[in-house]
Design a protein around this ligand. Sequence first.
Ligand SMILES: [Zn+2]
Length: 52
Amino acid sequence: MAQSDAAKKRMFDNVYICMKCNARNRLQNPEKANCRKCGYSGLRPKHREIGR
Ligand SMILES: [Zn+2]
């Protein structure tokens, strides 16, 4: 039931949200990557969604 910190970290690790269309992008290297849906290069880490 409860998720470990390691599981949470894995869930948000390498996951970035497109700031244009809000698509989730699983990336190793966000600085070189674009959104898979719209091609926009503005991506933010998933975990920043907390407290939005
Ligand atoms: Zn996008």
